[in-house]
Design a protein around this ligand. Structure first.
Ligand SMILES: Cc1ncc(COP(=O)(O)O)c(C=O)c1O
Length: 456
């Protein structure tokens, strides 16, 4: 398996040909999932004692399995937070794999970690955090949020008064589901401010004032969102920062989706206050055009993260020795062995320069504005709220929830588009509405028009 022979050379060429085709294609079909039984019937047994051979397995991939995926970079894939990795970043993802770098410690991965850190310096500069702030790349926003909250909790528990207390954090219902998931993993309670609109300093103060004495004692952090996933709303970061400072609470900003927009002059002011955060999550695999998976967590005081996350073990001592000294990314998040997953971002930034990132993000914001105007001009459609960042929520007048579901399936079945419904809180009820999230700068006005035309 590890020998170099003709088969390997042919396989290398096949893989390169496939990758070049994928990277350079201008139109990709939107794939369609099949049931597991259907896929099994198409490909048969693939894991056998003697192997089925690389060529055969690769053909199964190309003919059947690849087609059961929906590429996130399709210009009419506007569901979830889609992605649109640059070609340079995708190519360097291949280089990252081929280079077999262990990205935990500088001693083994200095070259790769150096590149990651160059990209990280740019990301930190976008936040406006003070000198000394720094971060590391993680497997995604969930891991970044978890790393930040564990850091906050450990820092809080340095005070003996809080040892043995179960921590409590406050966020709003607009926060991403990963905040709740992460609170479960960290075994902290979570209190949700019941508004999907902007969380303000006043809302937060109001909530804190209603806590019992014991709850107040257990409260150690607040999570604000820098671009909610559902609607692109940026919380009142300035107001929340002030309350956190006054109440001595850790201030975390989850900008996993919206963080890419820190580069965009048109909306940068909406993030004012982020420079006061104790920690920030930004996912380069969302709006910084990196391939999966690449998140990042940034700390105002990285030493606090090191206290929380640095792993000890006799076989690890050498990596921390004076002679091995350099920056060790593993010390600042929950994972030990790690891919140098910031490397594709570095290569893409180095190739294109940061101005091109600004233009590509601004285009996503512009597409949301264009969609908003098209919806307003359409007699059967209505905006639920003004577009925010690159998210647009809109309703088809007269549609019931099942109409949205049917419409989504229909467009998906035809291989035309993936646009999914969501829910928006309207008073005490949740209304099913349609949602666009733009990331891919190659999405066109025509794409949006064609999608809206299928709603009549
Ligand atoms: C605001 C926000 N936070 C966290 C996450 C979770 O990130 P990941 O899926 O990379 O773990 C997402 C994902 O969409 C998000 O939008």
């Amino acid at each position: 398996m590890h020998k170099i022979d003709m088969d390997l050379i042919e396989m290398t060429l096949d893989v390169m040909k496939y990758s070049i085709g994928r990277i350079s294609a201008t139109e990709h079909p939107i794939g369609k999932p099949k049931k597991e039984e259907e896929l099994k019937a198409l490909v048969g047994e693939t894991i056998t004692s003697k192997g089925i051979g690389g060529e055969y397995a690769f053909n199964l991939w190309k003919d059947h399995l690849a087609k059961a995926n929906v590429p996130v970079d399709h210009p009419r894939n506007l569901a979830f937070v889609p992605a649109s990795p640059t070609k340079a970043a995708i190519m360097f993802d291949l280089v990252t794999s081929a280079s077999s770098i262990h990205g935990a410690y500088w001693m083994e991965g200095a070259g790769g970690i150096f590149c990651e850190n160059e990209a990280m310096k740019w990301m930190v500069s976008l936040t406006g955090l003070p000198k000394g702030a720094f971060g590391v790349f993680t497997s995604g926003g969930t891991a970044a949020n978890l790393s930040a909250i564990v850091t906050a909790r450990e820092h809080w528990r340095e005070n003996a008064e809080f040892l043995g207390e179960k921590g409590l954090i406050i966020t709003s219902i607009g926060a991403h589901s990963s905040i709740k998931a992460m609170a479960k993993v960290a075994d902290v309670d979570i209190l949700l401010v019941d508004s999907e609109e902007k969380l303000t300093g006043e809302d937060l103060m109001h909530t804190i004032k209603k806590l019992t004495t014991h709850q107040r004692k257990r409260l150690f952090a607040v999570v604000a969102t820098g671009g909610t996933t559902n609607a692109g709303i940026i919380d009142d970061l300035e107001g929340v920062a002030q309350v956190c400072e006054q109440e001595q609470l850790w201030f975390h900003v989850d900008a996993a989706y919206g963080g890419g927009a820190l580069v965009a002059d048109s909306v940068r002011h909406l993030f004012n206050g982020i420079e006061k955060a104790d920690s920030i999550t930004i996912d380069p695999h969302k709006w910084m055009f990196s391939p999966y998976d690449c998140g990042a967590v940034i700390y105002k005081e990285p030493e606090l993260a090191k206290n929380a996350h640095s792993q000890q073990g006799s076989y690890l001592d050498i990596f921390k020795d004076e002679g091995a000294h350099g920056f060790n990314p593993t010390d600042y998040q929950i994972q030990l062995t790690r891919r140098v997953r910031g490397l594709p971002l570095w290569f893409s930034l180095a190739t294109h320069g940061t101005d091109r990132y600004k233009e590509a993000v601004e285009r996503g914001i512009e597409l949301a504005q264009i969609a908003g105007r098209l919806i307003e001009a359409h007699p059967q459609l209505e905006l639920v709220r003004d577009p925010s960042l690159s998210c647009v929520l809109y309703r088809r007048i007269g549609w019931e929830p099942e109409d949205y579901t049917h419409w989504t399936y229909e467009n998906h079945r035809k291989g035309f588009a993936l646009v999914t419904p969501t829910k928006w809180k309207n008073g005490d009820t949740f209304e099913t509405v349609s949602r666009f999230c733009f990331i891919n700068p190659d999405t066109t006005q025509r794409d949006i028009e064609m999608i809206l035309d299928t709603m009549v």
